[in-house]
Design a binder for this molecule. Structure first.
Ligand code: SF4
Ligand code: SF4
Length: 220
């Protein structure tokens, strides 16, 4: 899931002031931002209170089911058309993808209320860890399901680096070195050492990424 954190309040205020917005509509997200406790119902209520404190009227709010889903967001916004029409701007409590679908779906100035941080794993409620950088040339098949690109703070595909000490990482000293973990887990699974991984082909993750599954089906 996409991990987000609240955006600096002064930036949100400045965005609204830049267009003289006195009324806003709030859009949250029922998926990642709800799980991250950044864009669910409680956070929207809190944002509505903050808006009231600075004299901005909230014309309405909704938590979109999947805000990064363009058609879903179009549908959701139609349900709240009157409140959106009454607003000068829409503040989106979702990841950057959700902000962009909202901007596509709504003909109003749209501003982000969150910062998008990373693609993360939910360790448990409220604890998230970055595990993948969507590099497009995955090596997890060779690394016993531990991503060296993301979980080694130096992003080393092969390691350990010279700073590893007693199995622990020299940068994040409270964590075991990623490359030590990879070796251990491969051994636990009775698999041969991965050896040296070949340099990655970063051209497979050209930005901006786009996938059309209809083309993909035709290729099969
Ligand atoms: S190798 Fe690339 S795709 Fe695989 S987990 Fe790591 S960053 Fe993600
Ligand atoms: S100690 Fe291991 S995980 Fe830490 S930076 Fe060096 S190679 Fe990466």
């Amino acid at each position: 899931m996409i991990i987000t954190r609240p955006r600096d309040w002064s930036r949100i205020k400045a965005n609204l002031e830049s267009i003289g917005a006195r009324r806003v509509f709030l859009m949250g997200c029922g998926q990642c931002a709800t799980v991250a406790h950044t864009g669910g119902e409680p956070e929207l209520r809190e944002m509505a209170e903050r808006m009231a404190e600075v004299g901005v009227e909230v014309t309405g709010w909704t938590v979109g089911e999947v805000t990064c889903h363009l058609n879903g967001t179009r549908l959701e916004s139609r349900k709240h058309q009157e409140a959106i029409d009454a607003a000068d701007a829409v503040l989106v409590l979702a990841c950057g993808a959700g902000v962009q679908t909202t901007a596509d779906a709504i003909g109003k100035p749209v501003f982000p209320a969150l910062e998008s941080l990373f693609l993360g794993t939910v360790i448990r409620n409220g604890i998230f860890e970055e595990r993948c950088q969507t590099c497009g040339d995955c090596v997890l098949d060779q690394t016993a399901g531990i991503c060296p690109v993301t979980t080694c703070p130096k992003g080393l595909l092969n390691g350990p680096c010279g700073g590893m000490w007693d199995g622990m990482c020299e940068v994040l000293t409270d964590r075991e070195c990623t490359h030590v973990r990879i070796r251990k887990r491969l051994a636990e699974q009775g698999r041969a050492s991965k050896g040296t991984l070949a340099p990655k082909d970063f051209s497979t993750a050209l930005k901006p990424g786009a996938v059309d599954i209809h083309d993909r089906k035709a290729e099969r």
